[in-house]
Design a protein around this ligand. Structure first.
Ligand code: AMP
Ligand code: ZN
Length: 486
């Protein structure tokens, strides 16, 4: 991939040369978390993958506007506009307001991503903050004849849309097969076609999150927020739209349909999808109950973990797989990643101790080119890591006095490690960073506080004893909890 960045486009099912619509500006939209519960490690994998993409685009000199939304309304349990509202259900369970749930898990999400040293997006819009934009878009879709209202709920007319557009463009499925595999409509159904989906849903008497609209009191459907917010901040046509591959078949398919039905434009030039983090071959998910919370991973407090691993070890483990490959979680793989990450960090710390010679045994430009070529080949981070291990080998050989490096090449080597390890991968040395420890502990203390508030004393004790065994003493006082190193 010598001629610039190539990325795999789900829409065309091939790797394409990246040509932004309005270079050097790049617009990128990534579907963010649904903040009705803690993010698990699978969610983190997707956001870490797009952080890598964001960082590399910036490294190439693009001015990236990265929009990642927060879904804080309108998410029902079923994929087909049915079931309970996830936020309301959680609010009832935790005896909180729905917006308290949103606040709590948004903060938790930010804390976790900060621990993984990901960069904040340029804009992080929320669904509840963009109800007006969603209503306007639905009005546009109705005006263009692609949606209809029944009894306070507005549905998207997939059949009508399919007469002009290709509804399955993203996944290349056969529309007739899809129809055949979708439940037949019964007498109770208001929608006209089996594949029709809701843009606006009429509130029930018990619905907590509700807004006025031209169709009565209700709330937006699951998909319209991303169409409305991407158009608002990136325009009707922008460069990259991403998310986990589980979103392609329904959420992104419907997003394309909504945007085209409103503006007659296919919203994104490149659609990118990350593959899933699995546990023993099964997708990690909130509903399957196999989702580790990052906090559990760091303390090792989970039935599937033999011990805890640091955030950078976990991030390194993720970067060792290509974002389009599945990645299976295992203690052995994490152990290996921990060793690999340490090897890299040790090599970086030796860099300052190397003395240059007049001669050189190494050509660092060649190594950098290999790293760039790998990144240009659809962000191939595992290949870059193999090259960085080669850089670590060079550093160790020179340190051991078994080879020589010139001042010029040594500078290039330092820059290479800085660019790829710190800037592009966003890895950092944890041992030398006390701020990080502070952040981690504050989050753990916070989790313990919530556990105590929920009278979950088993968890709060587990945290206190777990920290104690690591030599960290918690002290509860009037002003809150503080910690000291034993
Ligand atoms: P959610 O909070 O469920 O809306 O998910 C947030 C993001 O995480 C979406 O882009 C999902 O596609 C992604 N995601 C969910 N489960 C996994 C997983 N096991 N591995 C990787 N990404 C995932
Ligand atoms: Zn979305």
């Amino acid at each position: 991939m010598e001629n610039g960045l190539h990325l795999y486009n789900t829409l065309t099912r091939k790797k394409e040369r990246f040509e932004p619509i309005n270079a050097p500006n790049v617009g990128m939209y990534v579907c963010g978390p649904t903040v009705y519960s803690d993010v698990h490690l699978g969610n983190c994998r997707t956001f870490i993958s797009f952080d890598l993409i964001f960082r590399y685009l910036k490294y190439l000199g693009y001015r990236v506007r990265y929009v990642r939304n927060i879904t804080d309304a309108g998410h029902l349990e079923g994929d087909r506009d049915e079931g309970d509202d996830k936020f309301a259900k959680r609010a009832k369970l935790e005896q909180l307001e729905p917006m308290e749930i949103v606040q709590k898990y948004t903060i938790g999400f930010h804390d976790v991503l900060r621990m993984f040293n990901t960069l904040p997006p340029s804009i992080e819009p929320t669904a509840t903050g963009h109800i007006t934009e969603q209503i306007e878009m639905i009005k546009g879709i109705i005006a263009n004849g692609y949606a209809y209202e029944v009894n306070g709920t507005v549905y998207f007319d997939v059949e009508k849309y399919s007469n002009t557009y290709n509804y399955t463009i993203l996944t290349n499925r056969n529309l007739e097969d899809m129809m055949a595999n979708t439940r037949e409509l019964g007498g109770q159904d208001d929608k006209h076609g089996r594949l029709d989906f809701a843009l606006w849903i009429k509130a029930k008497p018990e619905t907590l999150m509700r807004w006025p609209s031209p169709w009565g009191i209700g709330f937006p459907g699951w998909h319209i927020e991303c169409s409305a917010m991407s158009a608002k901040y990136l325009g009707d046509e922008f460069d990259i739209h991403g998310g986990g591959m589980d979103l392609a078949a329904t959420h992104h398919t419907n997003e394309i349909a909504q945007s085209e039905a409103c503006s007659h434009k296919q919203p994104a030039k490149y659609w990118m999808h990350t593959n899933m983090l699995t546990v023993n071959g099964t997708r990690m998910s909130k509903s399957a109950g196999n989702g580790f919370l990052p906090g559990e991973l760091f303390t090792g407090d989970h039935a599937l973990l033999t011990r805890g691993y640091s955030p950078m070890t976990v991030k390194f483990f993720m970067l060792q797989a290509h974002y389009r490959s599945t990645l299976d979680f295992s203690n052995d793989a994490l152990e290996a990643s921990e060793r690999g990450f340490r090897r890299l960090m040790n090599a970086i710390s030796l860099l300052e101790k190397l003395s240059p010679s007049m001669e050189t045994d190494f050509n660092i430009d060649e190594l950098r080119n290999k790293c760039i070529q790998a990144m240009n080949d659809d962000f191939n981070s595992p290949v870059v890591i193999a090259e960085l291990f080669e850089a670590a080998r060079i550093i160790n050989t020179v340190y051991d006095g078994k080879a020589k490096i010139s001042a010029l090449e040594l500078d290039k080597l330092k820059k290479l490690m800085n660019d790829f390890v710190l800037d592009i991968f966003g890895l950092k040395d944890e041992e030398s960073s006390n701020i990080e420890l502070n952040e981690v502990l504050n989050m753990v203390i916070d989790i313990r506080k919530s556990a105590k508030e929920n009278k979950d004393y088993a968890t709060s004790d587990k945290i206190r004893l777990g920290l104690q065994s690591m030599g960290i003493q918690l002290k509860d006082g009037k002003e809150g909890t503080t910690w000291t190193k034993a």
